[in-house]
Design a protein around this ligand. Structure first.
Ligand SMILES: [Zn+2]
Length: 218
């Protein structure tokens, strides 16, 4: 199954993608993580991407598309993948159709107050990008990454003023994409109206929606 997971920043999308990865046996592919990984490498492409990041510019579509294409042609994606953070624009969606047409789209709907409440507890590993939460997804040891042992941090992006701005940008950006996929693909909305829904419960809703859309058998 080739699944696209849409949701506003702070919807918990990355966490759900991690749980879904295990439940569905297909990898999550996050273009932001891929770019950050490559930017760390001593390659021509790595240097180029790091340069855009340092200037605060977006990496051009053709580079992102190319990186995505390489990633999803690896053997672990043979049964499908969970796309998180891509596509963000109609041209990217059109490029994706040419590389590997997605099967189904799940759109997470989360109110702004829930997002702000949730993000204030978010912690991220600066080394491997694993996401945790002070309440909902605690690391085994306080503020230390389970995977690599690095000290977890709170991102600048996760502060309320910044969140509100990001949400309004997301709304504007995602509207045409959501309209595009509603017309083209099996499409399901999944609502998360409360702060304290455990990630597993949201994942169950996503799985149920995928079943309703005919993508999973009991
Ligand atoms: Zn880590």
């Amino acid at each position: 199954m080739k699944l696209i997971l849409f949701g506003p920043p702070g919807s918990g999308k990355g966490t759900y993608a991690s749980i879904l990865e295990k439940k569905l046996g297909i990898p999550k592919v996050n273009t932001g993580d891929l770019l950050r990984e490559i930017a760390k490498t001593e390659t021509e492409l790595g240097r180029k991407i790091a340069e855009y990041a340092n200037k605060g510019e977006l990496v051009p579509d053709d580079i992102v598309t190319d990186i995505l294409k390489q990633r999803i042609s690896r053997p672990d994606c043979i049964k499908g993948f969970i796309l998180d953070g891509y596509p963000r624009t109609i041209p990217q969606a059109e490029a994706l159709e040419k590389i590997s047409s997605p099967d189904v789209v799940i759109n997470l709907i989360v109110p702004q107050n829930v997002i702000i409440a949730r993000l204030s507890g978010r912690l991220i590993c600066p080394n491997c990008n694993e996401i945790y939460h002070k309440i909902f997804l605690k690391p085994k040891n306080d503020e230390i990454c389970d995977k690599c042992g690095s000290k977890l941090i709170q991102r600048e992006d996760d502060k309320p003023e910044v969140i509100k701005r990001r949400l309004s940008v997301y709304k504007k950006q995602s509207k045409p994409l959501i309209d595009y996929y509603k017309k083209k693909k099996p499409f399901g909305n999944v609502r998360c109206n409360k702060v304290d829904i455990p990630p597993e419960a949201v994942v169950e809703r996503i799985l149920k929606k995928l079943k309703d859309l005919g993508f999973l058998k009991d």
